[in-house]
Design a protein around this ligand. Structure first.
Ligand code: GDP
Ligand code: MG
Length: 301
């Protein structure tokens, strides 16, 4: 989604480029025109290449907002658009003056125009730096595709979430960095009847009680609600994971009240302990895993 974002030059880089181009011109008028055009064209191209956030799918918009702040980006982009217009205006003014004062040496006018272009660029220095940071962060983000039906895996650590992903998606999952976890999120895929599904594991997010979550994590939970998804809550009734069954059941209730997506609860490690009240599976032996997958697929249809 954000792979296409352009690199954003610093003010100084863009000025250097503009003046370098200007230095190749024959006369003062062309020098100003070259410099002004480079600046205004580059800035308006940048504005055009950033997405208009209203048109983004809600999941991406919310994630972009969490990561960099959509309002802040919008403000910086409008300042770039303003600077682009300014550069055009300065060029027009300066060239006009040069034409009117034909007889005199136009070097002072050219220098004045360059000075004004420099101060316009100076005034958007922070915006350019911010947009470049934003671009770098957004580019690392994608991987979860809100257009695909999605299984979000939840459950305490060591209950078998990674084992489940490995079992159903085969290949090693892709890892993407999101702000709510330093461990990255894991995304794998599987197909059923030509339909692609994604399976997402979010270490640090759906594996612990809600009251421990910070603002970013809560916002991320809200963004997850925009996915076309179901939550697979993996329980480890054997308690080999190190967490009492009671705590695990409490977390499941917690997620039910904080997520709008349907939740399927499954008891893993059925090879060690059979738990009668909900469907069982073993991501170790593979027993029951396919039935669970079929259940998820039918819910996602
Ligand atoms: N006996 C048994 N062990 C399992 C099963 N699933 C996972 N494990 C083990 O439980 C541990 C944690 O599994 P992992 O998939 O990393 O859990 P995660 O922290 O929820 O991702 C590993 O040592 C697995 O080998 C299972 O179905 N049966
Ligand atoms: Mg894991």
């Amino acid at each position: 989604m954000f792979e296409q974002l352009p690199t954003v030059p610093t003010s100084q880089e863009l000025l250097d480029k503009a003046f370098r181009r200007a230095s190749r011109a024959e006369d003062n008028e062309s020098m100003v025109r070259n410099a002004g055009n480079i600046i205004s064209d580059n800035l308006s191209n940048l504005v055009r290449k950033f997405p208009s956030f209203e048109s983004l799918p809600p999941f991406y918009r919310e994630m972009a907002d969490i990561i960099v702040g959509v309002d802040a980006m919008r403000i910086s982009l409008s300042r770039l658009a303003w600077a682009s217009k300014q550069a055009r205006q300065i060029t027009r003014d300066s060239v006009g003056k040069m034409k009117r004062s034909k007889a005199q040496d136009s070097t002072p006018l050219r220098k004045a125009a360059f000075g004004r272009l420099s101060s316009v660029m100076k005034s958007i220095e922070k915006d350019l730096a911010f947009l470049n940071d934003a671009r770098n962060m957004l580019r690392k983000m994608p991987t979860i595709d809100p257009a695909l039906p999605t299984v979000l895996i939840a459950g305490y650590p060591n209950v078998g979430k990674s084992s489940f992903i490995a079992k159903v998606t085969g290949a090693r999952p892709e890892i993407a960095s999101y702000p709510f976890t330093t461990r990255g999120i894991y995304v794998g895929h599987f197909y059923r009847d030509d339909q692609k599904y994604q399976v997402v594991d979010t270490p640090g997010l759906l594996d612990r009680p809600m009251d421990e979550r910070n603002e970013i994590e809560r916002q991320t939970m809200a963004a997850l609600n925009h996915l076309q998804g179901v939550v697979l809550y993996i329980l480890d009734p054997s308690e080999h994971c190190g967490y009492p069954l009671q705590s695990q059941l409490r977390l499941a209730e917690d997620l039910k009240s904080s997520l709008e997506l349907p939740i399927v609860m499954v008891a893993n490690k059925a090879d060690i302990l059979r738990y009668e009240s909900i469907p069982g599976m073993s991501t170790e032996t593979g027993q029951g895993v396919n039935d669970v997958l079929e259940m998820l697929v039918s819910l996602l249809k």
